[in-house]
Design a binder for this molecule. Structure first.
Ligand code: SAH
Ligand code: MG
Length: 213
């Protein structure tokens, strides 16, 4: 997105609680790539309108997006997966400070393993938020998607990755493979027979996919 537009939108989004500012600062100081205000506000709005009971998140980081989603649906429950032990610990702490530990269950481990376990335990979800290693999106989707209820929603973050996804010529060499994977992922989403997808250039690019059958 145009930088001025993005700055403007980020500036006009107020934070209603001080803990939100504190987590944003914590993420900034520790270089944790949480969603920006405009992006998370969009995810929260989707959460309010779709009213999920059960949410699955892939990529907890420090618990910011999970806490914000609970803010948007006070009665829902979230299962969220994080593979980094330090971030996992920080998430557990942040979630317990907000007293949301009964609503948000954080699982430590690689989502590729943990999704298989959740699936074997026959878990079902109404909303799936994919926000972890971008090179693995297709695998996360394949493992998580069967657990989504009919009419459920999959939100995928970073699908336009810094604009590189739309500008292959400009991609630095170290990102080439990953960008190629995201492009394939987006094409898969747009052509999936069971989903209707809308990709929006908010934050780092958000795909919203609705499961039709
Ligand atoms: N959703 C968070 C930000 C997540 S950042 C928010 O907006 O607040 C992405 C996180 O995914 C990182 O903390 C990273 O450690 C984690 N991650 C990356 N690959 C993963 C995997 N295979 N399994 C579980 N977590 C993973
Ligand atoms: Mg992200």
């Amino acid at each position: 997105m145009n930088e001025k537009l993005n700055n403007y939108l980020n500036e006009i989004h107020p934070n209603e609680h001080n803990w939100i500012n504190e987590l944003e600062i914590q993420a900034k100081n520790e270089n944790v790539p949480i969603m920006d205000r405009v992006g998370i506000n969009f995810v929260m709005q989707l959460t309010r309108t779709s009213k999920p009971e059960k949410i699955l998140e892939i990529g907890t980081a420090i618990g910011y997006s999970a806490l914000r989603m609970v803010e948007a649906c006070p009665d829902c429950s979230i299962v969220t997966i994080e593979k980094d032990a330090e971030r996992y610990k920080q998430a557990i702490l942040n979630i317990s400070i907000q007293n949301k530990q009964d609503q948000i269950k954080v699982i430590l481990g690689d989502a590729l393993d943990k999704l298989m376990e959740l699936s074997a335990q026959k878990h079902k979800f109404d909303l799936i938020f994919i926000d972890a290693a971008k090179g693995q999106y297709q695998r996360f989707f394949d493992l998580a998607e069967p657990m989504l209820n009919k009419n459920g929603m999959i939100i995928t973050d970073n699908v336009l990755f810094r604009g590189y996804v739309a500008d292959p010529e400009a991609v630095p060499k170290r990102y080439k493979k990953m960008v190629e994977k995201i492009r394939n992922y987006n094409t898969m989403l747009m052509n999936h027979p069971n989903y209707k997808t809308s990709i929006v250039p908010v934050g780092d690019g958000v795909a919203v996919s609705l499961k039709l059958t």
